[in-house]
Design a protein around this ligand. Sequence first.
Ligand code: ARG
Ligand code: ZN
Length: 851
Amino acid sequence: MRDAAPQTIYLKDYTPFGYVIDSVQLTFKLHPTETRVLSKIAFRPNPEATDRTFFLHGEELKLISATIDGKEVSPSVTDEGLTVDAPDAPFTWEAEVEISPSTNTALEGLYMSNGMYCTQCEAEGFRKITYYPDRPDVMATFDVRIEGSEKVLLSNGNPGASGEGFAEWSDPWKKPAYLFALVAGDLINHPDSFTTRTGTDVELNIWVRPGDEDKCAFGMQALKDSMKWDEDVYGREYDLDIFNIVAVDDFNMGAMENKGLNIFNSSCVLASQATSTDADFERIEAIIAHEYFHNWTGNRITCRDWFQLCLKEGLTVFRDAQFTSDMRSEPVKRIDDVIALRARQFPEDQGPLSHPVRPEEFQEINNFYTATVYEKGAEVIGMLKTLVGHDAYYKALDLYFERHDGDAATIEDWIQVFEDSTGRDLQQFKRWYSQSGTPKVSVKEEWDAENGIFTLHFSQSTAPTPGQDIKDPRVIPIALGLLAPGGKETHPTHVIELTHAEQSLTFDGLDARPVPSLLRGFSAPVILEQEIDNDRRAFLLANDTDPFNRWEAGGDLARDTLINMILKDAAPSPAYLHGLRRVVTDESLDPAYRGLMIQHPSETELAGTLSDMGEIPDPTKIHIASRALLAAKAETLSDILPALYADNQPTGAYKPDAEGSGKRDLANAAMSLMAKLGDLSHAKAQFASADNMTQQFEALAVLVREGQGAEAVKAFYDQWKEDRLVINKWFGLQISLAEPEDAAKVTEALTQHPDFDMKNPNRFRATLGALAGNHAGFHHESGAGYALLADWLIKLDPLNPQTTARMCTAFQTWKRYDAGRQALIKAQLERILATPNLSRDTNEMISRILG
Ligand code: ARG
Ligand code: ZN
């Protein structure tokens, strides 16, 4: 039973632990329901702490025995841990506990997935393995012995002795317990090796279930590329003899950077041409890089406490984005990231869940692995790099690694490094870490024709967010350029720094009124409000030299026409359609970029835009307008679609690289538009003959969207029923593309399918997550979508609080909608909150969403 009042933890209350640990020895005697864990830990008083309370975290553990310096002790034990009188001098703690991995459905601590043992300890899962000071500022070296009958027994660090039924591992690098990992199973490896720049040979392995061996090659290449890239770009070398990756089917998130033993959701590492889409390949490459890069930004330098989570996550996301830009296309990666930021982070920052990049309080830290901490955290690093410049950034990073290697650091430490190495005062910049909410930057123009002077008047403001009424001006880097009316760029990109609520910038000596191109490359995560009309957007779409802003101008035209279609029943705007035609036929642009230009803003994004404008979004109208614009695009481009389709069929063997995937993207867009015009022949032929999942799945999607997919859906299932990752796609597609009035029914039917398994997070997300992502379907006025999601969240919560709490975010935008929908959602939120024994995770999320 939970306490009536859940406890809130505050950043300001941080105090160090009373003891430091010199070494940890763990022995695991594996058993599905009665695993024994023996721990032997050398503690000594922490000279930097005053409080010597000896409290060890521990949850769901059966304590068998405990001794201090060999003498039995009787700790006082609660649901959260134990306390015992400990000496004010060095001592050895030994304990034996029993745990039950096979009944652990929360997938936190030690659990089982398809008969294999695995762990997930971040953030606070180690306390479900043994009694320990489970906090990231307590770091130690670990020696581990695993006893079990499985063929493969893995833990962190370098391998030691092994033999029949046992293996030993030792990790020479001090680490917090959240980076501990253990895997045991009858696994098969895909081996390789990497020689570091100083000549150390590192053994590499990707471990998978038998049958998945043929899906490892791409991930292995991504790992080697990442290792090389981190040496070349950041001067960071790998530091153990071996690096293992394990694929696990039941996993709450994407992957985990445990020292030397990364554990991955199988959907984030297994890849093959036949079963993975181009988007999957790119995502897998990025996640492998992300987890590998954590070895320095996260593991060698870790976080003092969980409030500092963005210290490792923001920086590591920034690093993996740099890697992807280098491996693929820089503008395309930037555009993809901004689309994702607007889709996931902006709604969070502007709703009831808004929190600073470095939160100052929480009840359950698992609820703060958010788009704000990760993606906005990465944007903050990007701004810092823009402000100090390329060379100063890398110089600061060198100092960061040198000064803090082996530390559990804070955001203050991070900022200090930049201040010391650049000599800049960054105290105002630091507000990006403490103030929540998305700033609005408004720009007014003034043209003095007589004297040729052009002035930009900027103002910035941020609306109040929960718990933060007053906002101070932030440092906002605005990258901008000027174009002459004829289209030529007269002032190339330069960066200005907004630091005040209001600020002006003047250009003189101009012959004619210029057109500014503002916030190039999306130089800050803000909402830009400028004086701009469709003529100017069309001008920028045609002439801007900044690829991001060119895309943005096209997107703004699309948004504007959609808003007019929704609010005024207007026809699609010719300015947008003509501009689109020009870009799509411009062969000098790379196909991936043209593929992006052909998309228009998602229905969810439009709901956000309308709500920003003070309008109440009507999901049905948005859906109808979005479909109508698709049809209008098809009409406008009808004569060029067949050639666009034919000319962009990649030739030669399938390659999931930027070029191949860009072409497939563009060809698929053409196929989709031809289908809108009633010509399904390409989709049907492509579905039948595709030799890769990108083309097969897109063809299936088009057929389903056009209401002609029944047969293909069945054929697809028959072809792929043995492949759980492909079947996740099959679940998701039918729900994402269901008509608004059918979405809840289709979802409900699929939850009755024999392959539906609520305990598998991937399958649960593919089903209920897809419902939440079908904007018009989830928000159908019947309320059936809301009720169905709530039913399943209530069912899942006792089994898996983390995944349940994460999916509550589907309701975070509820106050955007009309009174009828608000009442329906509120009733569901209250029903969830009233559920007896609701987890701390879900309780916190629903309470915050209700506000
Ligand atoms: N550190 C992992 C990563 O970003 C994610 C861990 C998520 N943990 C959690 N409890 N949600 O690579
Ligand atoms: Zn991470």
